[in-house]
Write a protein that binds this ligand. Structure first.
Ligand SMILES: Nc1ncnc2c1ncn2[C@@H]1O[C@H](COP(=O)(O)OP(=O)(O)OP(=O)(O)O)[C@@H](O)[C@H]1O
Ligand SMILES: [Mg+2]
Length: 353
């Protein structure tokens, strides 16, 4: 059995269903991100794991033990929040020691563990500082040390980086991941930043209105989005409106071209509409580019962005934007020009609405 199991979790506040049938299994030591827009229920699921809220329905099992009915204090979970939630009137060392003191650990053990934790976050030299004397990034590292000090069985991080500036966010997310690996602690990390989720997770749960739209590795989520929502939330994806020609042969019509897809079309009937997604990096204008599929595109606009050239095309009435590597010898595509776009049939993805 997986280490942390969420089984058909539902949560309503009054008449509003906020989490609708959410299930997933997380392995021991795994780093899982919940990714989704504001209000989709990320924090609510986290709070149910921690025991701050109880599910309206469903079960939560940690290490083989059903958590329903257990208080937060009985669950042995470490949590870090978005806002700096350190105790302002306590030093760094006392903040880190807090959970151990509450648990009634002996003084020597607390001292040793606090030193170990401060070393882990490289802040031994700031043990006697107060939170107001530290930067936001330092405070979040202390919050992490405080959460980890009692050796929790699960670590929950609710947008711990979102109040920090961009540079610190990147370095701290790598530090968090490295510490998580070192300790092998099962972790759920909440974010609404897709790049953050893609860069540090073993698996990502893309949440949409209280449900998991897709659960997969960063590569699966980015390269094989299951729904239109996942496709548009994780990266900027082009959607081409096409017409099904023959569902059995996986063929669709895009403008005047009939294209055979690698993705199964599913149940769509012949003559019906179908949405085809295409990554911005999938297309090429180069005549020697590898690609088994071509489509005509009329250039709408073209922008030089340094390493890439971003060009917007009209492809059979759908606007698609492609990023192509800059090469000093090739001129910018000119608006009005019609070009042949090449790509692989396997890059044309069928997405569920
Ligand atoms: N205690 C509560 N009572 C009533 N409604 C609540 C309560 N807690 C959360 N909600 C509602 O549940 C929905 C999901 O909230 P939640 O905090 O889980 O979203 P989130 O995905 O964490 O969003 P964000 O990215 O903004 O933090 C929201 O519409 C919110 O208003
Ligand atoms: Mg939240």
């Amino acid at each position: 059995m997986s280490f942390l199991v969420l089984e058909n979790i539902k949560k309503s506040f009054g008449a509003t269903a906020v989490v609708k049938d959410f299930s997933m299994s997380i392995e021991k030591g795994e780093f899982v991100s919940f990714l989704g827009p504001s209000g989709c229920g990320k924090t609510t699921v986290l709070r149910m794991i921690a025991g701050f809220e109880s599910p309206s329905d469903g079960t939560i099992v940690i290490n083989g033990r059903n958590q329903n009915g257990l208080k937060t204090s009985q669950r042995n979970i470490g949590m870090v929040f978005q806002a700096y939630a350190l105790f302002p009137n306590m030093t760094v060392a006392d903040n880190v020691a807090f959970g151990l003191k509450v648990a009634g650990k002996p003084k020597e053990e607390i001292g040793a563990r606090v030193n170990e934790m401060l070393k882990l976050i490289s802040l031994e030299h700031l043990a006697d500082r107060y939170p107001y004397q530290m930067s936001g990034g330092q405070q979040q590292r202390v919050a992490l040390a405080r959460a980890l000090a009692p050796k929790p069985q699960v670590l929950l991080l609710d947008e711990p980086l979102s109040a920090l500036d961009a540079k610190i966010r990147v370095s701290l997310r790598e530090e968090i991941r490295q510490i998580q690996r070192q300790l092998g602690i099962t972790t759920v990390f909440v974010t609404h930043d897709q790049e953050e989720a893609l860069s540090i997770s073993d698996r990502i749960v893309v949440m949409n209105a209280g449900r998991a739209d897709q659960i997969g590795t960063p590569s699966q989520i980015y390269n094989r989005p299951a729904t239109r929502f996942v496709a548009s939330f994780v990266g900027t994806l082009n959607i081409i409106e096409a017409i099904v020609v023959d569902p059995a042969a996986n063929s669709v019509r895009i403008g005047n071209s009939v294209v055979t897809l690698r993705d199964p079309i599913g149940t769509s009937k012949s003559g019906g509409p179908i949405s085809i997604a295409l990554r911005p990096e999938a297309g090429s204008m180069a005549a020697d580019a590898k690609g088994d599929t071509t489509l005509a595109g009329k250039v709408i606009s073209s922008h030089f962005l340094g390493s890439v050239i971003r060009t917007k095309f009209d492809v059979a009435g759908s606007q698609v934007s492609f990023d192509m590597f800059n090469s000093p010898d090739s001129p910018l595509p000119q608006p009005g020009e019609t070009v042949t776009l090449r790509f692989l049939a396997s890059d044309l993805l069928v997405v569920r609405e």
